[in-house]
Ligand binder design. Structure first.
Ligand SMILES: Cc1cc2nc3c(=O)[nH]c(=O)nc-3n(C[C@H](O)[C@H](O)[C@H](O)COP(=O)(O)OP(=O)(O)OC[C@H]3O[C@@H](n4cnc5c(N)ncnc54)[C@H](O)[C@@H]3O)c2cc1C
Length: 287
């Protein structure tokens, strides 16, 4: 397959990107790693008349540890994030990234591109919900900071305006101590049928707080807010954990597709929650 004809531009600055977006609006698309967009263009599911290549913008790449937050610039390659010494402060990120496609794709695919693409079966959007990260969008009026909870609006849809780009992601470094990331895919590297990121703050055997974010089970990543609330103040094992898993699945209504029936995904979400909470308790801290 070949893409429809398009004009290709390589700006040097974010301002030039924004000017091009303002000029061409919905006709333009930005290109990051190209690992999703190029395939969509080749299948003619995306037909931008102007392709704005971000890869000349070195200012959009890198990872900064600012103490309370780690800021990952949007164009940083997924593999660089996975292997970064800075990211050892948040080991759940590397763990999640190892489930994203294959090394060759992660070497090209960008952290921000994955999040801006907002595939509901992707690992990173759910992880950003669980870590309560913030997305930094830059547009004609400057920067806008969007909590992950407000960023993912629907199937492949975010709250980014057509005149904005995602420039970085800020992740708080202070996170609950116990964590786990799990998914089930038919083959390693495939998109998951369903997956979960969980972070628990446990003291004296009781949950002080619980975060459970799921992917592959709705048209956006979702937090299992009812199950999270149920776990607070309880020892998350045995019947309590069974009930939390049941509550999680009860709140979901996943759709069926060629990969799996919705009912299977619903059941899978409860199994994954039980396994992830148990693994998080066994791990006990972020390290
Ligand atoms: C075989 C294969 C398997 C894969 N498996 C998985 C998987 O298991 N899990 C997973 O999560 N992903 C998977 N992917 C997708 C991969 O992670 C992509 O890298 C990612 O989805 C898109 O990142 P990108 O940098 O390549 O973005 P691109 O493909 O360049 O862009 C994707 C979309 O995001 C927009 N965009 C990109 N950057 C920005 C920005 N800074 N601001 C605003 N909009 C932006 C683009 O305009 C486009 O609409 C797979 C890809 C392949 C080819």
């Amino acid at each position: 397959m070949k893409p429809a004809p398009f004009k290709y531009v390589v700006p040097d600055t974010v301002d030039e990107v924004l000017a091009l977006q303002a000029e061409h609006e919905d006709e333009a698309k930005v290109l990051a790693g190209g690992q999703s967009l190029v395939a969509l263009m080749n299948f003619r599911m995306a037909q931008p008349s102007v392709l704005i290549d971000l890869n000349g913008l070195t200012s959009l790449s890198g990872i900064e540890n600012g103490g309370p937050v780690i800021e990952i610039k949007a164009l940083t390659r997924q593999l660089e994030v996975e292997r970064s010494a800075t990211m050892t402060a948040l080991p759940i990120v590397a763990e999640a990234l190892r489930h994203v496609a294959h090394v060759a794709i992660r070497a090209r695919g960008t952290f921000g591109g994955n999040i801006a693409h907002a595939d509901p079966a992707s690992e990173l959007p759910a992880l950003m919900l669980a870590l309560e990260a913030e997305m930094v969008a830059t547009g004609p009026d400057g920067e806008r900071v969007i909590p992950a909870a407000d960023f993912f609006k629907g199937y492949f849809t975010t709250s980014l305006e057509p005149t904005e780009i995602l420039t970085s992601v800020r992740i708080p470094t202070k996170q609950p101590g116990a964590w786990a990331f799990m998914e089930l895919a038919r083959r390693h590297g495939d998109f998951a049928l369903a997956g979960v990121a969980t972070l628990l703050d446990v003291e004296d055997g009781r949950c002080r707080s619980a975060r459970i974010a799921l992917f592959g089970v709705a048209d956006t990543p979702v937090r299992a807010t009812e199950a999270e609330a149920f776990l607070v103040g309880k020892d998350p094992v045995g019947e309590v954990l069974e009930e939390a898993a049941r509550i999680t699945a009860e709140a979901l209504n996943p759709s069926s597709d060629i990969h799996a029936p919705g009912a299977y995904r619903k059941k899978l979400s409860s199994v994954l929650v039980k396994r992830a909470v148990t693994a998080a308790l066994n791990r006990g801290d972020m390290g």
